[in-house]
Design a binder for this molecule. Structure first.
Ligand SMILES: [Zn+2]
Ligand SMILES: [Zn+2]
Length: 380
């Protein structure tokens, strides 16, 4: 099968590999669409940072070279003998983060802290290939929601955004600011607006802001050399209930603490490369909740993320307009992202395509309400 294979910094090769064989609890998926994100671009540009190359990963047993891609769905073409609940031809979305289901963190409902956690596309082969093997416990059938191949590939990044959203305890009617409207930020904007929050998206890039507006936010263009706090404070009547800081920039965290109300929440989503000094006086005297967020919890977040992707009337072609063939992955996908000039919010790759193709309608708009469990969990 054709696959993109990561060998190290600036070294991804398109190779022919054998089609993988599913284990007893696995699905073999034919991948028609897979997304890439900043993690992939950083790993290609500066890695290996996360990919195990020198010794096998303790949980997955895998060592590089590695097929990247942790945002993917696919059609089931083969099943392990112990798999239940899936059939050949099903369209599934995969969470990519694999957990054991039996350790203390898993039993406590925090499988993102599983003792033997690993991620397909980083610690094992991922979805930037014509076929991938994935644990059936990490897959959700999404054809019933009306999603298609490109829509299935958007569920994983939406689940990351939804998990982050929940860390801020956002309720309908709350005001929220999202700093950084690319990638996870765009999905966050949609999820927050869909749940009835009053969302203001802040970004430097007018094209991203136009999409954020279409996703349901009011928008504010940040000035490159000044703190976003002054603009936000000037444009909202009151300090906001929750700030989602997605850029990872040190000054954006400081700005978040300035714009949030007393007892409000700041969720730091962006990672940033270095430790950041913060004004603890603001946090202490304002009783501000500053919280982190890590990946997603499959059981809690994934089905709701799929519902959110399916709920958007008109689809996602402004967020993810095209799918690249594998041989354009580096020049048209990873390289522009690594250079800080991404040409679209979400880049998809179709391992079967021989030329760039438009993204499909993603099957979205097929359900007009988000699932009741989503509304309930957010409202709690
Ligand atoms: Zn990612
Ligand atoms: Zn576990």
């Amino acid at each position: 099968m054709r696959a993109a294979v990561y060998h190290g910094a600036r070294d991804i090769r398109i190779e022919e590999l054998p089609v993988p064989v599913p284990g007893p609890c696995d699905l073999l998926l034919e991948v028609r669409s897979a997304g890439i994100c900043g993690t992939d671009a950083l790993e290609w540009d500066c890695g290996p940072i996360l990919t195990p190359m020198d010794r096998p990963h303790p949980a997955s047993g895998h060592r590089g070279p590695t097929i990247p891609g942790h945002e993917f769905g696919g059609r089931v073409v083969d099943l392990g003998r112990e798999v239940e609940g899936f059939g050949a031809g099903d369209l599934v979305a995969c969470v990519a983060g694999i957990s054991c289901g039996a350790c203390a963190p898993c039993l406590a409902g925090t499988s993102n802290f599983c003792d033997s956690y690993f991620t397909l596309g980083i610690d094992g082969h991922g979805g930037l290939a014509r076929y991938v093997v994935a644990s059936s416990a990490a897959c959700l059938e999404v054809g019933r929601l009306g999603l298609d191949d490109d829509g299935a590939a958007l569920v994983q990044p939406m689940s990351v955004a939804l998990h982050a959203l929940r860390q801020g305890n956002l309720r309908p009617g709350d005001t929220a600011v999202v700093l950084g409207a690319g990638g996870v930020g765009a999905f966050l904007v949609y999820a927050a607006a869909r749940l009835g929050a009053d969302v203001l998206a802040v970004d430097l890039d007018p094209a991203r802001l136009a999409v954020a507006e279409a996703l349901g936010a009011a928008v504010l263009r940040a000035e490159p050399d000044s703190s976003p706090a002054s603009g936000v404070v000037g444009s909202t009547a009151d300090p906001v209930d929750a700030v989602y800081e997605v850029t990872g920039a040190p000054e954006a965290l400081a700005a978040s603490l300035e714009m949030v109300r007393p007892r409000g929440r700041v969720v730091r989503v962006g990672l940033g490369p270095h430790p950041v000094p913060i004004d603890m006086r603001r946090i202490t005297l304002g009783e501000i909740r500053l919280v982190g967020t890590r990946a997603q919890v499959f059981e809690a977040d994934f089905a709701d993320a799929a519902s959110l992707i399916a709920s958007r009337q008109g689809g996602w072609s402004d967020v993810a307009p095209i799918a690249l063939p594998l041989d354009r992955l580096v020049p048209d996908g990873l390289l522009p992202m690594a250079e800080g000039r991404p040409e679209r919010i979400k880049t998809l790759v179709d391992p079967w395509a021989t030329a760039v193709r438009p993204a499909t309608g993603t099957g979205a708009g097929s359900i007009d309400r988000v699932s009741p469990s989503l509304e309930r969990v957010i409202a709690e």
